[in-house]
Design a protein around this ligand. Structure first.
Ligand code: SF4
Length: 487
């Protein structure tokens, strides 16, 4: 018996009905019904808060992410990072089950803290919640205080914690909440009157591109600016394979993070993914505080370099000026392949702003812009960005919509390509257009997280990826007589 013959369908649907519905879901009529949908979300391009909290925790030396809640949730976050980075993502869960849901999860938390502290010997554990303890209203503050009083962990052991309810916000908000708590814990009592580390504290926000972190570090090295990168996941999720398993490779050194409160300046580079952190830092950290957008494309990278120059009184290095020239040259060389092309974009607000700036610089149209967890503020800011260019005219923003909405848009008002994460591959396939996987997560391609997207180098990488794909499509689809050596 073949595998196909073994499949027993519950309901037999006639082939012509399947064909009719397949056609119908590509129509304007269906699009209207799809956009009237309210109670159901289909294929949303965002994850839940605790996943973001786990990423923040992975960014610190010797830190074990600790999920207070269900084991299945913890597996979801871990496997998402695992599949995206193709690296282990060590984290623990206190595995709340039915009795925890009824009586509260304090016993689970205490037992798991004791086990994790003894077995995995982390320098810090960062605790965050999944849905279940949030729904039943577990009091994390009291549970952790009780754990210290019972001697389960030493009184001075760093145990930051964050409430990360998944029915609110998305992974970027969980990241932000966890990062604030980690900074609050590590810097407590560390501010010294008159002390200045002379360093920049750089906070990139939720970003799963390890190449971006390395690019930030390289730019700062070129400038000769001493820095502390908070929270640095570049080694955690891109460490050498040399036969030795290290549960905690890389991460920001805890003593550097503690001393960051005495920094010369603090710069956050993803205003939406670090809003709370920035507010807290402004009230508590010494020095200057600046929040800027992610440096995608030339203009935003220029702004970053000029800000660094201003903050540290150093001229922009010649090497970076030359890189700018290289990026402009690469843009000019590739301009003809992207100019006027329409794109559909989806992702986190900070990344979306970056894609839009970059595309407008290239004379392309960010035509359908979808943010599955956005606010009026996000919408207003995107619109303001679109208004800066004539290529922004006619482009539309869709806030709190999902990728099934996006599919309707692609089928009724087509574009040339999509930019986002792996979740969009089904819609892209149905629409017959390429998907550029610049977002998170990317499950179906390798090593993309190693290629920076920010800075001048990032602009060159994006241009090359996009334009070469368009050229490849031309080669694959053109008539024989137009199959040319030169493109
Ligand atoms: S949404 Fe809630 S139940 Fe689902 S993985 Fe996230 S925390 Fe767990």
């Amino acid at each position: 018996m073949t595998a196909e013959a073994a499949v027993k369908y519950v309901t037999e649907i006639p082939e012509d009905e399947v064909a009719r519905v397949s056609e119908w879901i590509n129509t304007e009529e269906y699009k209207e019904k799809n956009f009237a949908r309210q109670a159901l979300v289909i294929n949303p391009p965002h994850a839940c808060q605790p996943l973001g909290a786990e990423l923040a925790a992975h960014g610190f030396e010797g830190t074990l992410p600790f999920v207070h809640g269900s084991q299945g949730c913890a597996s979801y976050y871990r496997s998402t990072f695992n599949r995206h980075f193709r690296e282990p993502a060590p984290a623990v869960s206190d595995s709340m089950t039915e009795d925890g849901a009824v009586f509260g999860g304090q016993n689970n938390l205490h037992e798991a803290l004791e086990n994790a502290y003894t077995i995995y010997k982390p320098k810090m554990m960062a605790v965050f919640t999944s849905c279940m303890p949030e729904v039943i209203g577990d009091d994390l503050t009291a549970f952790i205080k009780n754990a210290r009083n019972k001697g389960i962990v030493p009184q001075d052991y760093p145990l930051p914690y964050a409430n990360t309810p998944s029915f609110n916000g998305s992974h970027i908000h969980g990241y932000d909440a966890m990062l604030v708590s980690i900074l609050q814990t590590l810097t407590e009592g560390k501010q010294v009157e008159g002390r200045c580390t002379g360093k920049l504290n750089l906070i990139p926000g939720f970003d799963c591109n390890t190449g971006n972190y390395r690019e930030y570090k390289r730019i700062l090295k070129e400038f000769g600016i001493p820095y502390t990168l908070l929270a640095d996941i570049s080694e955690t999720f891109d460490s050498p394979l040399d036969g030795t398993y290290r549960p905690y490779p890389g991460g920001t050194k805890l003593e550097d993070a503690a001393d960051s409160i005495n920094g010369k300046a603090t710069l956050t580079l993803a205003p939406y993914a670090s809003a709370k952190t920035f507010t807290w830092v402004k009230d508590n950290f010494s020095g200057t505080h600046v929040s800027m957008p992610m440096p995608f494309g030339v203009a935003k990278t220029d702004a970053l370099l000029m800000k660094l120059s201003e903050l540290f009184g150093k001229p922009v290095p010649e090497s970076l000026k030359a890189e700018r020239g290289n990026a402009v040259d690469a843009m000019t060389d590739a301009h003809q392949y992207i100019h006027g092309k329409k794109f559909a974009l989806y992702g986190d607000p900070d990344y979306l702003m970056g894609y839009i700036s970059f595309l407008l610089e290239m004379g392309a149209k960010p035509y359908h812009i979808l943010c599955s967890k956005g606010t009026k503020k996000v919408e207003k800011e995107i619109q303001a960005l679109l208004d800066t260019s004539q290529d922004g005219k006619g482009c539309k923003i869709y806030i709190n919509k999902d990728l099934w909405h996006m599919r309707s848009l692609l089928m009724t008002d087509p574009v040339d390509a999509m930019i986002g994460d792996t979740h969009g591959k089904f819609a892209a396939r149905d629409a017959g257009i390429p998907l550029f996987r610049f977002g998170f997560p990317v499950f179906d391609r390798v090593n993309l997280h190693r290629h920076p997207l920010i800075g001048y180098q990032g602009a060159i990488n994006m241009i090359s990826t996009i334009c070469n794909k368009f050229i490849e499509i031309k080669d694959e689809t053109c008539e024989e007589r137009y199959f040319e050596m030169m493109r």
